[in-house]
Design a binder for this molecule. Structure first.
Ligand SMILES: N[C@@H](CCC(=O)N[C@@H](CS)C(=O)NCC(=O)O)C(=O)O
Length: 219
């Protein structure tokens, strides 16, 4: 019998669900996954289960955890490899993960996550290039300082900071804003990670009825 439930939204669109799901799976939590098809905001099924009206929501061993950054921390208590072992690297990982959790609103709105076919909808907006450049710099600087020995931000281990930026990778690969060669290589490495690949595969199997015209219009 599973030890709880992870509630997520439509995989095709729900970037925050992806950010919560990755650490839960890396930590190997034995939780049932419940996917709630998003309705484009104020989804009744999400409101019925989540205190914030948002997903992801993790229920595990009687604990309820919402907000992706808190889910990362919860999972890291059980799987410490979700943060780097080195003190300075760990501080940096938390800082860049928190920056993602708190920011880049304009980038997220202009380049919404959509794992379906590209449509180039009429409402497509210009990406905020200053925010694209900031993320590019975060990735390059982090990899230069801490990334030796592997393709991820902190080297060989895909950790919570990578999980927080994984939906940005899907956006950069889809919308192709101008990014550095190093950032592009990082995107390719994240896309090839088995769990990221699994998320994409599962998204591709979602029912056609879950596709939202309003979300497709800006993709
Ligand atoms: N700050 C929240 C953001 C969560 C969020 O915005 N989730 C969206 C889906 S990506 C949601 O639940 N929207 C409700 C809806 O579409 O009904 C977190 O880190 O978990």
């Amino acid at each position: 019998m599973p030890e709880g439930t992870l509630y997520i939204g439509t995989r095709r669109y729900s970037s925050w669900s992806m950010r919560g799901w990755l650490p839960v799976r890396i930590a190997g939590l034995d939780v049932e996954e419940v996917v709630i098809p998003l309705a484009g905001g104020n989804t009744p099924g999400v409101k019925a289960v989540s205190p914030t009206g948002l997903v992801p929501l993790l229920e595990h061993r009687g604990n309820r955890v919402w907000e992706t950054i808190a889910i990362c921390e919860y999972c890291a208590e059980l799987a410490p490899e979700l943060w780097p072992a080195d003190f300075a690297a760990r501080a940096h990982a938390r800082a860049i993960a928190a920056e993602m959790h708190a920011g880049f609103r304009e980038l997220r709105q202009a380049m919404p996550m959509n794992l379906g076919p590209m449509r180039r909808g009429p409402d497509r907006r210009e990406p905020p290039l200053d925010q694209v450049a900031r993320i590019d710099a975060i990735w390059r600087e982090t990899r230069a300082r801490f990334g030796a020995g592997g393709p991820y931000l902190f080297g060989a281990t895909f950790n919570a900071a990578d999980a927080m930026y994984a939906p940005v990778v899907t956006r950069f690969l889809r919308y192709a804003p101008p990014i550095s060669r190093e950032a592009r290589d990082y995107c390719d490495a994240v896309r090839a990670h088995p769990l990221v690949a699994q998320w994409h595969d599962d998204a591709a199997r979602e029912p056609a009825e879950w596709v939202l015209d309003s979300y497709e219009a800006i993709s």
